[in-house]
Design a binder for this molecule. Structure first.
Ligand SMILES: [Zn+2]
Length: 308
C-alpha cells in the first residue's frame, strides 16, 4: 500500500503556510511541515516545532524518531545532511527528472529517500494511520525527489501568487520565532522575479512528467476558500463532499495542533485566521521595482493569469 502525500509546492511567500494550516484541520490529514529542513533546523539546530516546543522536547517528534529509527540519536546526522545537499537542491533537478523518466535511482537518492520515507510513514503511524500527509517543503527538487519513491503516492498542490506580491514580501524583514527571532533573508525583487519564473515553470514540467498536480493561485484561493479546499481534497482523492466547519466567511477557527518543521511565522499565530488578500505591494513596492518584476516575469505572467 502506498502512503498518500500532498506536497505543497511553490515559491516561498505564496500562501503555503495558511493553506497548510487549513488543510491540517481535516481529519484525514497530518501536517509534518518542511521535512527538507528536518535534519538541520530541527535535529541539529534544535529550532522550535509548530507546537512551540523545541524540536528535541516535542513529544510528538520523539515518538516519530523512535518509530522511524529507534530514536533520533541512532542517526548519523552529518551524513544525512551531506546527502540532503547532494541530492535535494535546485541544481540537482536535472538528475532527479532523469531518474523520474528512466526509473533508475542513484544510491545517494535511494539512501536519502529511505530516511525521508521512514519519517513520513512514522508520522502517519503515530497519528493513528493518517490517510494523507501534508508535506510543505515547497522546493521543486523535494517534490520531484519524493515522486521517485514507489511507496509514496505524491500529489502536488502548486501555489502561485502574483510575483509583485511575492517580491514585495521578500523585501520585508520577518522574524523567525522558531529560531530566537533571527531574521529571515531579504531578497531583491529582481532575484525573486527570476526564481518565480524558474520555479513555476519547473512545477509545470514536473506535472508534464506525470506527477498529479493542481495549480492554484493564492488570490483565487482567498476569493473562494471552501471551493478551493474542495478542489484540493479532490486532488487528494478524498470522497466528496468534505465539510469545512472551521471556515466562517473570511475567517477560519483552527483547533488542530500542528507539529511542523520550519515554515512561515504564521505557524505560531493564533487559532483565528483572517482569509483576506494582502495586496500592500500595490502601494508599498516601489513602482520601478514593480516594473522590473513585471519585465522579468512577462513571458510567463499570462500563463498563470496575471496582468502583463
Ligand atoms: Zn511539536
Amino acid at each position: 500500500m502506498t502512503q498518500k502525500i500532498l506536497f505543497i509546492g511553490g515559491l516561498g511567500r505564496s500562501g503555503s503556510t495558511l493553506v497548510e494550516r487549513l488543510l491540517n484541520e481535516l481529519p484525514q490529514t497530518i501536517a509534518v511541515g518542511e521535512t527538507v529542513h528536518l535534519w538541520e533546523r530541527g535535529l541539529r539546530d534544535r529550532e522550535r516545532c509548530g507546537c512551540g516546543q523545541q524540536f528535541a522536547d516535542c513529544e510528538h517528534w520523539s515518538r516519530v524518531g523512535a518509530a522511524a529509527f529507534g530514536g533520533w540519536d541512532k542517526l548519523d546526522l552529518d551524513r544525512i545532511i551531506d546527502l540532503r545537499w547532494s541530492v535535494d537542491r535546485s541544481r540537482r533537478l536535472p538528475q532527479i527528472l532523469r531518474a523520474l523518466r528512466n526509473g533508475v535511482i542513484s544510491s545517494d537518492q535511494q539512501v536519502y529517500l529511505d530516511h525521508l520515507r521512514a519519517v513520513l510513514l512514522a508520522s502517519a503511524e503515530i497519528a493513528g494511520g493518517t490517510e494523507i500527509i501534508l508535506e510543505s517543503s515547497k522546493h521543486l527538487s523535494t517534490a520531484a525527489l519524493l515522486s521517485l519513491d514507489p511507496a509514496l503516492d505524491v500529489r502536488v498542490l502548486h501555489l502561485v501568487r502574483d510575483p509583485r506580491g511575492v517580491a514585495y514580501s521578500w523585501t520585508k524583514q520577518v522574524k523567525r520565532p522558531e529560531a530566537d527571532d533571527q531574521l529571515m533573508p531579504v531578497y531583491k525583487p529582481s532575484r525573486t522575479a527570476g526564481r518565480w519564473v524558474s520555479d513555476n515553470l519547473g512545477f509545470q514540467r514536473l506535472a508534464a512528467e506525470g506527477v498529479p498536480t493542481l495549480t492554484l493561485r493564492y488570490e483565487d484561493f482567498l476569493a473562494a476558500p471552501a471551493q478551493s479546499l474542495a478542489s484540493i481534497t479532490q486532488l487528494m482523492g478524498l470522497d466528496q463532499p468534505v465539510d469545512f466547519p472551521f471556515l466562517d466567511g473570511d475567517r477560519a477557527h483552527l483547533t488542530t495542533p500542528m507539529h511542523s518543521i520550519a515554515g512561515n511565522p504564521l505557524r505560531f499565530g493564533g487559532d483565528e485566521l483572517v482569509l483576506r488578500l494582502d495586496d500592500a505591494w500595490k502601494t508599498e513596492l516601489d513602482p520601478s521595482a514593480q516594473r522590473i518584476v513585471t519585465t522579468i516575469c512577462r513571458p510567463v505572467l499570462g500563463r498563470f493569469g496575471y496582468k502583463r
